[in-house]
Design a protein around this ligand. Sequence first.
Ligand SMILES: [Zn+2]
Length: 310
Amino acid sequence: MSAINNIAYGLDIGGTKIEIGLFDHEMKMIDSWRVPTPTENYHEFLYTITTLINEADKRTGQQGSIGIGMPGIIDKNKRVKSANIRCATGKLIVEDLDNILGRNVAVANDCRLFALSESNQGAGRNLPIVYGAIIGTGAGGGLCIDGELYKSTNNTAGEYGHLPASGALLNKYNIKPRQCGCGLIGCSETYIAGPGLGWLYQHFGSDSNSTTQFVTDLRDNNPIAIKTFDCYMEFLGSAFSTLVLSYDPDMIVVGGGLSKIDEIIEGLPAAINKHLFTGIESPIISRAVFGDSSGVRGAAILGKNHEFEK
Ligand SMILES: [Zn+2]
């Protein structure tokens, strides 16, 4: 078996499924498959990952580089904190997998890897500073400079969803700060992620908290849906304006379920400008190029770069 890494493996670990993607030297996906995620038993979790890697080696006839993306944070002590994959919380996943596989494994937050994927041949290709923001079941992201993830002590650069929502907007719409899954209160995520949008829709008087129903109603000019949309865009514009003030990116690439709603993507530049000083303008807003394969792709790039860095 060759040890030359022409092949890169990317694993996208979600709360229900683990997807593995095998990429050739040009980062074209040559194979992929999924298995259920064991969330309660850490040994089973490690065994599942090892089995995927062994199967990938068998299919490619090589030992590919290994990158892994997962929800949560890998803290400065290299311990995982993940609400979705409870069995991995507090564990030294990189060290454990290195030992079992006898190979180097790189692990990062999945939203940050979305940013890495999009700044490498994606929507943000050739742009120096690209921020990738997910608005889906959660709101997370990452910052890339010249195609590489910005690395920081706590690995938190990009966690825009957990900055506090604008107090001025909470007042304006008579909304109380909500408890966030991260343990803090009043995070932007509780208003701008999918469940937050559903919550706002009910707050303004709808019986439904479904985002699909919301979009249908918005396109039917339902007054509650319009009011919800205006409020939602203010919260989202405010959250994204903090990215401009913090990082001043050339582009914000948007992914996740809510990025598929045209009205949100189209309305974003104006919504961001509303929260910036005069003379400062929103960066280019773009939808992700790689869509659902961003997770495995970003993970594979991470693993590949990690191999080169050694
Ligand atoms: Zn939070």
